[in-house]
Design a protein around this ligand. Sequence first.
Ligand SMILES: [Zn+2]
Length: 247
Amino acid sequence: MQKIETFASWIEQSNNIVFFGGAGTSTESGIPDFRSAAGLYQTEQHSPYPPEVMLSHSFFVKMPDIFFDFYRSKMLHPDAKPNGCHTLLARLEKEGKLKAIVTQNIDGLHQKAGSHEVLELHGSIYRNYCMGCDHFYDLEQVMASKHMVPRCPRCRGVIKPDVVLYEEPLDQQVLFRSMEAISHADLLIIGGTSLTVHPAAELVSYFEGNRTVLLNMDPTPYDNKADLLITERIGEFMMKTSEILYG
Ligand SMILES: [Zn+2]
């Protein structure tokens, strides 16, 4: 049996699928992962700051103008469309087969595809809060701001994206729900992630089943633990899987 047929049959036999994904899930939607985006920004702007610095909490506080210049030009992709991976996962959730998506992405593409149970480990560009008064702002309001650093019309506080920056802790509630979902799954699909960023590797280790599918273009430290290892473009591969499942 070909790998894709095995994958499709495992989906058919499962009723508690959990997907764990990273940046590679969105590259076919035209969103580069932030490291390459930051590299590009550094070259274009002659910026001396590496991505880990520009996307850290202390940098955000010290140099919000440079942070937002980078954030606005490279991290926001409001027009990106879901690809074959997002759409298949949304369909599986609708059918009751998929219970949760745990993602390291902040682009909201799973929700755009129609998924509901999306556990966003690193937050979302679609949620923003005033650091002064906690008032909520959506992405449109941040993008409409005439100044580089968006400020709250109520209290003039800086509006911060609800995105987890370096030096900031993850939301413990989201982390806990992710652990729960993964530990109860009967099929774990890991896609588009190198599993090297904390706490990705720790999280997938909570899986107790014997069907782990790893879909990634590049090798990961988890490759030898995968029950099915697929090195193909994830959006395309999931689209082909949809054709097998639904014709
Ligand atoms: Zn405010």
